[in-house]
Write a protein that binds this ligand. Sequence first.
Ligand SMILES: *Cc1c(COP(=O)(O)O)cnc(C)c1O
Length: 406
Amino acid sequence: MSIRSFHPPQRTLMGPGPSDVSPRVLEALARPTLGHLDPAFVGMMDEVKSLLKYAFRTENELTMPVSAPGSAGMETCFVNLVEPGDKVVVCQNGVFGARMKENVERCGGIPVMVQGEWGRAVDPSMLDDALKANPDAKIAAFVHAETSTGAQSDAAQLVEIAHRHDCLAIVDAVTSLGGSPVKVDEWKIDAIYSGTQKCLSCTPGLSPVSFGTRALEKIKNRKTRVQSWFMDLNLVMGYWGGSARRAYHHTAPVNALYGLHEALVMLMEEGLEHSWARHAGNHLALRAGLEAMGLSFIVPEAERLPQLNAVSIPQGVDDATVRAMLLSDWQLEIGAGLGVMAGKVWRIGLMGHASSRKNVLLCLSALDDVLSRLKAPIERGVAVDAALQVLEGRSGDCLDQGLIAK
Ligand SMILES: *Cc1c(COP(=O)(O)O)cnc(C)c1O
């Protein structure tokens, strides 16, 4: 056997996730493993919960990371809140709404789909109409930041509509948390899940979740058992809950949690608002460069997600060739289109540690180089300059300019 240690190449990850992990997080992962009931570890778990409350802007006691990726956070919300026969209105404006539908069905619920346009925010009036037409619905679910298209929906308004119709709101914040405003308490979100590998500068594999009191009540008053043993919050809380006596449920991914702890400490050091402003500012610089080059965004300006930039692939340019050249010649990963957008768009992420001035300029230089060599119809040699003008004029900071007011 000639299999030896695996040494991955050093890439720059500017796709839809995973995104670049901070060296501080990678270093934290390599610290000594503790027993998962060791008092020192349990103390760190409590800090992770506090730090997640900070990131989610919530006082919800039931705020913790699920020991699995974002998809498991999604599933945790649905298996605990949806009982057989429950009607759930699901807004779909990209790939991830379809997964919510699958989850509802597998829980024995009845999905009612609100089909929106891909590349646009969820239309609040469509949700309102669907809830009017389905007065027996119990839950409304939507994706705050649709990573498949780069569109951002108005979570506060959608939750308000759900509540007006006496529904709980489940929100997917996998790509928004840490990168753009997510305010769980202010927006009265009932159940929310996220992921560590998008805007938190952390490795993939954990899913922060938070549940409010109305959601907890529904879980406590279930008539049927949660069909997933692993994700049943009644059981998980024996381990992650606040009580002094922690009962073994599963072995926490100890080192992965060191990584999340470090990532959240970094977020607090930077300040949540400053992280939002950094994502907004770097997006504007990248946008200036991409547009100067002649590439166009697929999402209307007011609905764009700063951390996920979806642009149309120029006529006659082969998607896979470009991405392969970026990877081999620039060690740079950008994302391909998903679903109906496959082959038509690139998705350029500026998430977490990857949202930096350095990466904006690297990505524009790399695209300029590769597209020029392929004789693509772009404006050559202007993108970096256009981005620099935005970066230099930005001393006022996006915080002051109200760019992140939402
Ligand atoms: C990435 C993503 C997920 C799934 O997260 P995984 O960690 O890949 O399981 C769910 N929803 C959205 C919006 C995402 O971007």
